[in-house]
Design a protein around this ligand. Sequence first.
Ligand code: IPE
Ligand code: IPE
Ligand code: MG
Length: 237
Amino acid sequence: MNVPNHVAIILDGNGRWAKSKGMPRSYGHVKGCANLETICDEMKQMGIKYLTVYAFSTENWKRSREEIDGLMRLFRNYLKKCIKISDRNKMRIRVIGDPSAFDADIQESIRRAEEHSSQYDELHFQLALNYGSRDEIRRAVSRMMEDGKSGVLSGEVTEETIDSYLDTAGIPDPDLLIRTSGEQRLSNFLLWQLAYTEFYFTDVPWPDFKHEELVKAIEKYNDRDRRFGGVKEDTNV
Ligand code: IPE
Ligand code: IPE
Ligand code: MG
């Protein structure tokens, strides 16, 4: 099986999955987080080089205090565990999004996980926390304007210039985007970076998205005819 170089995932459906079991939404998040750990290990074993996961959006602050508190507790634990996960998978962790909205200890855990794992390059794991694509572009444009004023940035602005100001600077664009749990929208995820990505939507909720589901998504990806706006060289059709 030909595996994509970069897989992006909108992990969705934790809340509905928990509700269907008569459990609180926070239980769905705990199970979803455990599944993320498993899927990370599997991606490494399959030889996937880049994995980007949407875990908390700039819009998710609209949720109840209770749910947000539960998610913050989960991020706290998970980010600490990330050191071990990165050692196990020789995995480099980068957080994309704006961490400044989080409590200081969470920001410190992010810094530690990124610093500790910067020695690794077998799997590149981007975790989107307080991430919104429009906010990322807004922050990039502000920095470009500052650098323009100070003279650090001059000359023509190319697509590569914009790439280099985004949170994903240096990371290749995703080849495959997976969204679980039935919704077929981007919800403000990687609007610039997904320009030529193949999309795969499944009704399976994130806590149930196991190895077989991942294989199914990659098999579907293998059936796709990627063109990037051109034509196939062998047939010219
Ligand atoms: C995804 O699951 C996780 C986060 C957005 C934090 P949801 O919490 O969106 O679950 P549903 O979509 O309400 O079922
Ligand atoms: C997108 O899921 C954000 C994350 C998975 C972190 P949401 O559940 O927040 O998106 P909407 O509200 O259904 O569009
Ligand atoms: Mg959702």
